[in-house]
Design a protein around this ligand. Structure first.
Ligand code: 3HC
Ligand code: NAI
Length: 689
């Protein structure tokens, strides 16, 4: 397509339509900005034209600035300049929105004199997710239209809202028929001809109201402190909206610009933009051609109604897919179904779904003890106990029952998917679908390809993930796959550190301050210390076992590594401290002071090292895939871009040095991976692979 073709100029009677064609998402690239500016100028100059409509072809109105341009030399005209030109036009300009009007896209609409949208459209300012703020007037115009509170919420959460809500909030002027966007926009434009133009910059009522409530900003900061922890952008977003309230429009724009440029240059935004592209990259599998056929998945079966089975079933029910849920006993089945129902009731109570939608989803669930009910399922996911003997038996049974061609998936956390596949006569149909707990909430899905998994099965799994709202990463078979294997490396060190001299709360504090949602010991308490433990076989060989024997089995027993009060607030336990001191002494450790720096290095660098091995072995195909796993499955802070990105920031050479030092001091578990050594000697990064 020629550059000039990005924005077509089409007169419809006395209205000029600027039709944008920049697939796939009509990002506001330099060519589009030029086309918009030229189009508006031309409409201004032609006397027969009285109004302008901006509409986009394809699946969506502008989904934002062109993110690929960030970090490159700026090209004129900038988006703020285009918005200024639109707003100052003497003829009414109307935005006609469909799909997702996001970021700079919504900002263009806010600069227009009127806005219409189809009911299915979504509008939002997601810049904060890229470590940025709306940099084309959004922080100044949105509060003028929708009020300070709504603007703060939308800008700092990045969450889009539906067109109806936008209408109620005063962000758009009218809804138009789903299949009559252009006609509706043209009619709206004609109504505006000869009427004084409404420029958002001139509105002041909502801001005046906010000036009477200056504490709104500090209240908002306080209410969201935990959510914003570690991120740089939310505070800048708040400051920009504060500027809208307290300064003139032009001064406010200047503040917004300054803050935007500061964020654009920040390491946090670089990491978050990397994460955005890493996630999209993960969906592309190097050896899977785009035209790989996929299998239709319309009916799903889940085996096991425990913690994971229930959450997995909900994930599919939420996407409108009927689920047959199979258990071995009525009691377990009832427990599982009751947990699902409770979950939906809770969501309805919190207003996340309507009671009707919750009921509808429950209606799609068919609980049964009869395994043969799985016969006609297109996909069956096994989520029974983590025990190889049981898994082998279950897969042999599934093989006998489920129709040929159906996908048989295991949710195993650690076990060998190839061995599981070998229990069937159709290993090509077997795959790992490793969901994370709680499965209906966590976005990550590790798709585990076995040696013999067929490509259409892989392609189907990757496609299905998107349909059920998950971020999929394709990984290979090894103990723990990508996520849990790296977690184990960290866990080993955390356990060791408390024997050498640190205490659980020291380790947890350092990792929490680094940006993780919780440290390894708080996480163990949450999950339950007794996973895989039994009183009969317990030998008190680890601190964890000793705690279980004392019936300190984690949050559920009110005590684990920490003591818990009724509100499940944790405090360091003096009892546990004594247990650890005694255990260390018994094992011959001379306890010493362990610095925060050492804790961080010993927990994180072995993870990076394990990540390097995972890459060497081809378990993950890219370093960025590993980062997607950690951000979406383990709460690695997005503003640090994932462990491999973090390694690149420190520099592979420095990670190598630290591992070598640790190896000399503590042993072979720190032996650097050959890939890391190679990158360090070549001066390259994981991203360059
Ligand atoms: N710029 C450049 N490329 C973009 C883009 C953008 N703003 N948004 C999406 N793309 C690309 C994706 O990288 C992907 O490319 P690929 O096919 O080569 O991998 C392609 O468009 C399709 O994207 P998705 O796979 O994400 O498609 P979906 O249909 O799942 O989602 C979407 C569409 C909801 C628009 C999603 O892409 C999205 O959320 N995009 C980002 C929106 C955003 O953050 N906008 C704000 C940008 S910053 C800004 O506007 C600054 C301003 O304030 C000055
Ligand atoms: P769970 O113990 O909560 O549930 C397992 C359920 O399977 C029980 O209800 C049991 O009655 C049922 N079951 C056992 N044998 C069965 C059979 N033959 N047919 C039908 N049902 C059977 O276990 P959980 O935590 O849900 O784990 C299930 C699987 O998911 C395991 O492989 C585990 O490793 C994996 N996993 C667990 C995660 C977690 O955080 N709990 C996270 C990711 C994966």
């Amino acid at each position: 397509m020629a550059e000039g073709d990005r924005v077509l100029f089409e007169p419809y009677g006395n209205v000029a339509v600027l039709r944008v064609r920049n697939p796939p998402v009509n990002a506001l690239s330099a060519e589009v900005r030029v086309g918009l500016a030229e189009g508006v100028r031309r409409a201004e100059a032609e006397p027969g034209l009285r109004a302008v409509v901006i509409v986009c072809d394809g699946r969506t109105f502008f989904a934002g600035a062109d993110i690929t341009e960030f970090g490159k030399p700026p090209r004129e005209p900038s988006l703020p300049v285009v918005c200024d030109l639109i707003e100052k036009a003497a003829k009414p300009v109307i935005a006609a929105m469909h799909g997702t009007a996001l970021g700079g896209g919504l900002e263009v609409a806010l600069a227009c004199h009127g806005r219409v949208a189809v009911p299915s459209a979504k509008l939002g300012l997601p810049e904060v997710n890229l470590g940025l703020l709306p940099g084309a007037g959004g922080t100044q115009r949105l509060p003028r239209l929708a009020g300070v509170e709504r603007a703060l919420e939308m800008i700092t959460s990045g969450k889009p809202i539906g067109a109806r809500e936008a209408l109620e909030a005063g962000i758009i002027d009218a809804l138009v028929e789903e299949d009559g966007l252009l006609e509706g926009a043209l009619a709206h434009a004609r109504e505006r001809v000869g009427v004084p133009l409404r420029r958002v910059r001139d509105l002041d009522d909502a801001l005046a109201a906010a000036r009477g409530r200056p504490e709104a900003f500090s209240d908002f900061r306080q209410a969201n402190g935990r959510k914003f922890r570690g991120f740089r952008a939310p505070e800048a977003c708040i400051q920009a909206v504060e500027a809208a309230v307290n300064l003139s429009f032009e001064e406010g724009l200047a503040v917004e610009r300054r803050l935007f440029l500061e964020l654009l240059a920040s390491p946090e935004s670089a990491a978050q933009r990397y994460a955005f592209f890493a996630e999209r990259q993960a969906a592309k599998v190097p050896d899977l051609p785009e035209d790989t056929p996929t299998l239709p998945i319309e009916r799903v079966g889940v085996l096991g109604a425990g913690t994971m089975g229930g959450g997995i079933a909900m994930t599919f029910l939420n996407a409108g897919l009927p689920v047959t849920l199979v258990e071995t006993s009525q009691a377990a089945l009832d427990r599982g179904v009751a947990a699902i129902r409770r979950n939906y009731e809770e969501s309805a109570r919190k207003g996340r779904v309507t009671a009707e939608a919750a009921e509808q989803r429950m209606g799609l669930l068919a609980p049964t003890l009869d395994r043969s009910a799985l016969a006609d399922r297109d996909l069956v996911i096994e989520a029974v106990f983590e025990d190889m003997a049981i898994k082998l038996e279950v897969f042999a049974q599934l093989d006998a029952v489920v129709k040929p061609g159906a996908i048989l998936a295991t949710n195993t956390s650690y076990l060998d998917v190839n061995a599981i596949a070998a229990a069937t006569s159709r290993p090509e149909s077997v795959i790992g679908l490793h969901f994370f707990s709680p499965a209906n909430v966590m976005r990550l899905l590790e798709v585990v390809r076995g040696d013999r998994t067929a490509k259409p099965v892989i392609a189907t799994a990757m496609q299905l993930a998107k349909r059920i709202g998950k971020t999929a990463v394709l990984v290979g078979v090894c103990h723990g796959f990508v996520g849990n294997r790296m977690l184990a490396a960290r866990q080993r060190e955390a356990t060791q550190l408390i024997l050498e001299g640190a205490l659980p709360w020291d380790v947890d504090r350092v990792l929490y301050d680094f940006g993780l949602p919780m440290g390894p010991f708080a996480m163990a308490d949450l999950a339950g210390l007794d996973i895989g433990w039994s009183r009969e076989t317990s030998t008190g060989s680890t601190v964890r076992e000793v705690l279980c024997e004392m019936d300190r089995r984690g949050q559920k027993t009110g005590a684990g590594f920490y003591d818990y009060d009724e509100a499940r607030r944790a405090t360091p336990s003096p009892v546990v401290e004594q247990v650890i001191l005694a255990f260390s002494e018994e094992r011959g450790f001379e306890r010493r002071a362990v610095s925060d720096h050492e804790i961080l290095q010993r927990c994180i660098h072995p993870m990076i090292n394990e990540g390097a091995r995972i890459l060497e072995e081809g378990i993950a195909s890219r370093a960025s895939d590993i980062d997607v796993v950690w951000i979406n499955g383990y709460g690695w802070p997005a503003y640090r871009g994932g462990p491999m990105f973090y390694a690149d920031q420190i520099g592979p050479a420095r990670v190598l040095e630290s591992l070598q030092a640790l190896q000399a001091a503590h042993g072979e578990q720190f032996k650097p991976a050959p890939l890391l050594t190679r990158l360090a000697s070549e001066g390259r990064r994981f991203q360059d692979l």
